[in-house]
Design a protein around this ligand. Structure first.
Ligand code: PEP
Ligand code: MG
Length: 746
């Protein structure tokens, strides 16, 4: 019986595949296919619904329903039984369709006489393409075998749709991946870019969904699975140096790869006529659909693993992978589920933009994208399913929006925006050599934030007065092991050389919280932002900090050296770190190495507590740098990584400004230099307000220097201070509105 079912299924799949070879348009093929399926399944009706656009399904072919309804009957995603199958990615099998919740009667189809209904999704690796339905007059549920068989058929239809088998004539069916699609994500890095999609992991194309010889396909699958298992075993052997948790993850991975159930299901798919690749994809699609529905964290993780294993298996079977031989387009926009910082750096400035499905604002990839000044949108849900290499794509980093295959009008409006931005940048470039001096002659020092060698050319091009914050952790984040002292010394020397005498404030390693080194054991902390991070790690485990301090001293080669310690919450932390630095200088001197002619030691003020430290602390600091990103999150108790709250409180809130003024006053009273180096320093209105309140050194992204300088030069800081005072006296919660209104009136 099972053999009979298998041979029927194989013969149906072969006939379906043969329709690909027959001349004729997409509609002819679809009509023929519905006829073949209805016939083979002894059903009265077979219908194919395909997506007209991402929200609408359309009846595209039918055997048994009213022909006039073809291309007329449409439903929204989730509407009716067909819409429900599409939305959930799960089959519906019922003997009494009209009583099924959500059933929608469509008179034009004449389907009221059919009682039983079996609908299965046509989907490819979680990408929804349509729904395949069979119906019969008699009230009976379809057998499990029949459901399974129809799913296999749907898989072949999915591959055929993907190959464009149903497009190309007057039936109005657009090929998949042809519609314009807009993605609403989150800003990772501002800026706008137009370009062509470059998929970090190209989609695997299955050109042959039907297997002619099930035995041969089974052998191919089993060989590929064996190779996969061997690869994972090898990873495990190489994991001796890994900690227990990482090994546990790999072990779980191994268990899945050896899971008999997984391989058995794929073999069953092959017995029913699928090729090995299509069988892998079918199981992967099912897992993806479950992943989308599931909220159970453990299950989601396993399904993620399964997805990853399936991808590896597909690459082994098709020989397709990273190296497709395709060339990077001229204006590449990288599209990926996620990407590591080192990989992103490899692409470097060639990229026009980056779009990720995952990631976070503070992720390493985001940090690198920011350093490279590449517009980045994160959380672009499902874009790797939609995008194809070479597709036109517009990245609006300011709004966090991506347009894939945009309509011409959208593209034109977007180009206007890019042109305007380019125009503004040109104007700013002219300001490069002039000082950031306001109308009354007061100057503000504008420095840049950096962390990668890729940043160094910006020192010159931006007109920065130096580097106000060099984030040394980036060099650690982009490596797969702890960098050596010699390597670091060479890097820091290049930075000091590039600055040509302008100051560079090196911040020692700020790891922990969101910045987790790939080779560091992740700490399970209930609240990492307030956990074991930055100077706390440096003092508790001083080995790396000491090595870093030595590298900095050597890099200075007798020149001036500025070092600041991150996340100082209490003076003692600063004193201990500073003593460590002085000890290292003595040690270098005793070894006969040159030591810096002058050492400036500062603290980053990132926790409110430090603003209230004793005067002696301020006096002991050569400089204080406000890390506004962290300071603001602790001042307002609003996580900087949490989209729900991170924009909830205005930087120009009078309470926050009052706090900044307190710090300005404490530094002034103790003759301690002060700068501000959080992201807000690069926002022109915020920067101007800080300057008016007495923060006269601001450190920001290089691209922000032009706009900030432009605004300072056309303002009068004293007059602005009066505007702020008046606003505060009137009881305003934020001075944003009065400041912008004043600027508009200038
Ligand atoms: C800050 O917190 O403002 C800062 C500059 O440090 P980071 O953004 O690297 O935490
Ligand atoms: Mg910080």
């Amino acid at each position: 019986m099972a053999e009979r079912r298998e041979s029927d299924s194989r013969s149906l799949l072969r006939r379906l595949r043969d329709t690909l070879a027959t001349p004729g348009g997409g509609q002819d093929r679809l009509d023929h296919i519905t006829h073949l399926i209805a016939d083979s399944m002894h059903a009265h009706v077979c219908s194919i619904y395909l997506f007209r656009d991402p929200e609408t399904l359309e009846l595209c072919a039918t055997e048994g329903l009213n022909r006039e309804a073809v291309h007329q009957t449409r439903m929204r995603l989730g509407e009716g039984l067909v819409g429900r199958v599409a939305r959930t990615g799960q089959p519906i099998n019922t003997g009494d369709a009209p009583s099924e919740p959500g059933f929608r009667y469509m008179p034009e189809t004449g389907e009221e006489i059919y009682s039983s209904f079996l609908g299965v999704p046509i989907q490819r690796v979680g990408e929804k393409l349509g729904v395949l339905v069979v119906q019969s007059r008699e009230a009976r549920e379809f057998l499990e075998d029949e459901v399974y068989g129809l799913e296999v058929v749907a898989m072949v239809l999915a591959e055929m749709t993907e190959l464009g088998a149903f497009t190309g004539d007057q039936n109005g069916i657009g090929a998949t991946h042809r519609f314009p699609v807009m993605f609403r994500g989150t800003t990772g890095q501002e800026g706008a870019a137009e370009g062509r999609v470059w998929l970090h992991e190209p989609r695997v194309v299955v050109t042959n969904p039907v297997g002619d010889d099930p035995e041969a396909e089974k052998v191919r699958l089993e060989e590929a699975v064996a190779t996969l298992q061997a690869q994972i075993d090898e990873m495990l052997i190489g994991s001796a140096a890994m900690d227990k948790e990482q090994r546990q993850v790999l072990e779980a991975y191994k268990m899945l790869a050896h899971s008999r159930g997984w391989v058995r299901r794929m073999c069953e798919d092959i017995a029913l006529g699928l090729s090995a690749e299509a069988a892998v994809e079918k199981e992967q699609s099912t897992a993806r659909a479950r992943l989308e529905q599931s909220t159970d964290a453990y299950l989601r993780e396993r399904l993620h693993d399964l997805d990853d294993l399936s991808n590896r298996l597909l690459r082994l079977l098709t020989g397709q992978g990273q190296d497709t031989g395709a060339d990077l387009p001229e204006t590449p926009v990288l599209v990926a589920r996620n990407i590591g910082p080192a990989e992103l750096l490899d692409y470097g400035r060639r990229l026009k933009g980056v779009v990720l499905e995952e990631g976070s604002v503070g992720s390493h990839a985001a940090i690198v994208a920011r350093a490279l000044a590449i517009p980045l949108v994160i959380h672009a849900h499902r874009i790797t399913n939609e995008a194809l290499n070479g597709d036109q794509i517009l990245v609006d980093g300011d709004q966090g929006i991506v347009h894939l295959r945009p309509e011409e009008t959208v593209a034109n409006a977007f180009r206007d925006k890019i042109a305007m931005q380019a125009e503004a940048q040109k104007r700013y470039a002219d300001l490069r050599t002039v000082p950031a001096m306001d109308r009354s002659g007061q100057t503000v020092r504008l420095m840049m934030n950096a962390g990668l060698m890729a940043d160094l050319p910006s020192l010159k091009s931006s007109g920065a007065d130096g580097v106000g914050l060099f984030r040394t952790e980036l060099q650690f984040l982009i490596r797969s092991r702890v960098p050596r002292r010699g390597e670091l010394a060479a890097l820091y020397k290049r930075v000091i050389d590039a600055a040509q005498g302008a100051p560079v404030q090196f911040r020692t390693l700020d790891i922990g919280s969101d910045k987790v080194l790939p080779y560091m054991k992740p700490q399970e902390e209930p609240n990492p932002a307030m956990g074991w991070r930055a100077i706390r790690v440096g003092l508790d485990k001083p080995g790396v900090l000491r090595m870093q301090l030595q590298a900095l001293i050597r890099a200075s080669e007798g020149r001036e050296l500025s070092i600041m310690f991150p996340f100082i919450a209490a003076p003692d932390e600063f004193y201990t770190a500073k003593a460590m630095l002085l000890r290292e200088i003595d040690r270098e001197a005793s070894l006969g190495h040159p030591v810096p002619c002058d050492v400036r030691v500062g603290a980053m003020l990132e926790t409110p507590s430090l603003a209230f430290a004793p005067d002696s602390f301020f006096a002991a600091c050569d400089f204080i740098s406000i890390g506004g990103n962290d300071l603001k999150q602790f001042f307002f108790a609003a996580d900087r990584e949490n989209e729900r709250v991170r924009r909830r409180y205005d930087t120009l809130d009078v309470s926050f400004l009052r706090f900044i003024e307190t710090i300005v006053a404490r530094c002034a009273a103790n003759d301690t230099a002060l700068s501000f180096c959080g992201e807000d320093a690069g926002r022109p209105i915020e920067a101007l307000t800080f300057a008016a309140l007495g923060v006269r050194t601001l450190s920001m992204r290089p691209a922000s220097i032009g706009p900030v300088k432009h605004l300072i030069r056309r303002s009068d800081l004293g007059a602005l201070r009066d505007v702020i005072e008046t606003a505060r006296a009137s009881g305003a919660q934020s001075v944003r509105h009065p400041v912008t209104a004043w600027l508009a009136s200038q």
